[in-house]
Design a protein around this ligand. Structure first.
Ligand SMILES: [Zn+2]
Ligand SMILES: [Zn+2]
Length: 728
């Protein structure tokens, strides 16, 4: 045997939460599988499916301690190509997450099991010359066979097409193949057949022109277009030349944006069937879709966050719609940002990427303002429909009915009497209980760093989520001495009850996770609203996205003060995004909607800017405030999150971790409780790490990882690093 290969190994990523790769000798046939291939290996008492990261590399483990891989799967072909392997390696280094768990994300769930195999390449079937001849003869005694010959006489048909012929098509087809009347050939990629769409507006045209005059190298484009400005039409125009050139397109949308209407529109305009990849389809369907993209057979993939890592050998364009949407950041396990990794993937492949939004995130606006991204604006609505009008309702000047202002109740009554519909929207994004005085508007600020404080009701404490400072809840308002301190905001259920009492006989439909968790109830409720007639919709952000309700002409937003003074510094940015989305749900051409904002702080400057000058001015103002406060996106953050059943364990672990954090420009704050401190009986806390440069932050975290893993207290808690966190 070749002795020089004996100390050379397969370096394998395994689906275990450990920050390392594992060395194995190749399986007994001695073959070194290429990087990206699946192997079956022994691990303790288990057998695990691993992915080869490096092949034929020397090992520092003595040979007698090395185990041998059990089998090479998929006949040794790499399932993940070299480009994708490089991107995933970048991901585990950047997000400080276990490599095996990162690589798992790129495999469809079905292929994470050892006995799963790649689906066979689908075939298409066509008539042979003998088959043509048979068709000239009478039907005979097998009419089903004859009917199938007739269908194939019109042109080759895929298995999917034949399945439409009824349950016994396989048997019938097998007879025809046996007779030599039909032969099979591998299914080739379907060619697009572009159908013309509506005439582009001047603004849409100039974006499309800017693209076609540029080349197809890497560039990140921000498509910043108001609701109704026709961003999807622009996406379709940008995809056309890519698909016609034989390349592939990847379109990522938030979970809620992946509707049958959207798929229908892409199919109808581009003349090919996109494959759809998201977490709710069956494992079999997902495997089929993944393999269609990987083989290059499918030209267009539309999916959610989890579709980002789909292997696509001819990828030519990535589009990410609603780029500001928080669902693009995974909030558990491998906490990656699909938006940021999509930009990285495009840069690696040297292809363009488009980030679309009516309300771009401050991260993206910061890049556009600095000239790193090309900024395209669409400011006109393609339909010419009027934008809704906005009005602030001062809660100090109004009678109050369980969270509703008297002025709002009057307007609701008027709207219903015109047989139109009302939406009452409860803002819950960036939700953190805020202690406020209902007499003078005082709210709690941190004495040390000026951040807003969160009210942890059960512990009767006010907590700063930026520097970790905590203090007791005062009994009276420290400003006016009134006994009027309360946590702003009512729940949807109380609000629904209050509205029902005030408007007896009017249907009240509640849209939130509790009321719409049954599969059909959301669409049933939507249907009821669409039928028209007076009704009141009550709900949270589920109402803000997706559906347009033309008969809703009044939107009442009830508790924006929570977001104005939230401890989460992103709450105001998200409020702006949510308000724009909510207002986009209402009104129609002849009846524009109006939006009422209830607040105890009618003179809030950010709110005034949003209403008088629109989202861009508001967002750039927010960005300036972040600069002054030295917060992301102008500075860089990471969290060390930890949780356990016993609060003291979490606190002690984080304190020890903070002490072991290396000296340098990046600073460590905390331990402090998470805004949602107790979830499912477990206490959650974090350390905040912040620096003015990304490089310094990452350098210090990287040299921290080994002492951190060695902390004995770490065994009592669950901990994880969250890079570029979106929630506190
Ligand atoms: Zn007060
Ligand atoms: Zn503070």
């Amino acid at each position: 045997m070749n002795t020089h290969t004996t100390s050379r190994v397969l370096r394998v990523a395994l689906p275990v939460p450990l920050a390392q790769l594992f060395d194995y000798l190749p399986a007994t046939d001695g073959q070194f599988a290429p990087a990206g291939a699946r192997v079956l290996v022994p691990f303790g008492r288990r057998k695990l499916v691993g992915i080869v990261v490096e092949s034929g590399v020397p090992s520092s483990v003595p040979e007698e301690r090395l185990l041998r891989a059990l089998a090479l799967l998929d006949e040794g072909q790499p399932l993940l190509d070299a480009g994708l392997m490089g991107l995933l390696a970048w991901c585990w280094q950047y997000y400080k997450h276990a490599p095996g768990e990162v690589l798992q994300t790129a495999l469809p769930p079905a292929l994470r099991k050892p006995d799963a195999t790649l689906p066979p390449a689908p075939a298409q079937f066509a008539l042979t010359a003998e088959g043509e001849a048979r068709l000239q003869l009478p039907t005979g005694r097998a009419p089903a066979q004859y009917a199938l010959l007739q269908k194939l006489a019109l042109g080759p048909v895929s298995e999917i097409g034949l399945a439409l012929e009824g349950p016994r098509w396989r048997t019938t087809l097998a007879r025809l193949v046996d007779q030599g009347w039909v032969h099979s050939a591998p299914l080739v990629a379907s060619e697009p057949h572009i159908n013309p769409g509506p005439v582009l507006t001047r603004e849409q045209r100039s974006v499309v022109n800017a693209f076609s005059s540029g080349d197809s190298h890497f560039q990140c484009h921000l498509l910043d277009g108001v609701t109704g400005s026709g961003k999807t039409e622009v996406y379709l125009h940008l995809l056309e030349p890519v698909l016609k050139a034989g390349k592939q397109g990847l379109v990522l949308v938030p979970e809620i944006g992946l509707t049958p209407q959207l798929l229908h529109r892409f199919r109808q305009r581009l003349g090919l069937d996109p494959v759809v990849i998201h977490s709710r389809i069956s494992q079999g369907e997902r495997l089929g879709a993944w393999e269609a993209a990987r083989s290059g057979r499918s030209r267009l993939v539309i999916g959610t966050r989890s579709a980002l890592f789909t292997p696509m050998p001819a990828l030519g364009l990535i589009i990410l719609d609603e780029e500001h949407d928080s669902s693009f950041k995974q909030q558990e396990g491998f906490r990656f940002s699909a938006r940021d990794v999509a930009v990285k993937r495009a840069a690696d492949l040297d292809i363009p990427v488009v980030l679309g939004s009516a309300t771009p995130s401050l991260e993206t606006l910061n890049n556009a303002q600095a000239g790193r991204y090309t900024w395209h604006r669409l400011r006109q609505r393609a339909t010419q429909a009027a934008l809704p009008t906005w009005r602030i309702l001062d809660m100090n000047q109004n009678s109050r009915h369980q969270g509703l202002a008297g002025g709002a109740v009057e307007l609701m009554a008027e709207t219903l009497s015109r047989r139109e519909q009302v939406m009452v929207f409860l803002n819950r994004r960036g939700w953190a209980p805020v202690l406020m005085c209902e007499e003078c508007g005082w709210h709690a600020l941190c004495e040390r760093c000026d951040s807003n404080l969160t009210w942890h009701r059960s512990a009767a404490r006010l907590c700063c989520h930026h520097c970790g400072h905590q203090r007791r809840v005062p009994a009276l308002c420290p400003n006016c001495r009134a006994d009027a301190l309360s946590g702003a905001g009512e729940g949807t259920q109380q609000l629904e009850r209050a509205i029902q009492e005030r408007f007896p006989g009017v249907p009240v439909l509640r849209f939130d996770r509790d009321s719409t968790s049954r599969k059909d109830s959301f669409s049933n409720q939507v249907e009821q609203v669409m039928q028209g007639g007076p009704c009141i919709l009550v709900g949270t952000q589920m109402l803000a996205k997706g559906h347009h309700f033309p008969d809703v002409t009044l939107v009442v937003v009830v508790n924006i003060d929570q977001a104005l003074y939230s401890a989460d510094f992103r709450a105001l940015e998200r409020l702006g995004q949510t308000l724009l989305q909510v207002s986009g749900r209402a009104g129609r051409e002849e009846k524009p909607g109006s939006v009422i904002l209830q607040t105890f702080h009618p003179d809030n400057e950010s709110l005034a800017l949003l209403i008088s000058r629109g989202y861009e001015a508001f967002a750039l103002g927010q960005l300036e405030e972040r600069r002054l406060a030295q917060l992301p996106p102008v500075t860089f953050q990471a969290l060390l999150r930890a949780e356990a059943l016993i609060r003291k364990d979490v606190e002690l672990f984080l304190s020890a971790a903070a002490e072991s954090f290396p000296q340098g420009a990046a600073r460590v704050f905390g331990p402090m409780p998470a805004i949602k401190e107790k979830v499912a009986g477990r206490y959650r806390m974090y350390l905040l790490l912040q620096s003015n440069t990304r490089a310094e932050l990452h350098q210090q975290i990287d040299s921290w990882l080994i002492p951190l893993q060695a902390l004995p207290l770490g065994r009592k808690v669950r901990w994880a690093i969250d890079v570029d966190p979106q929630e506190l």
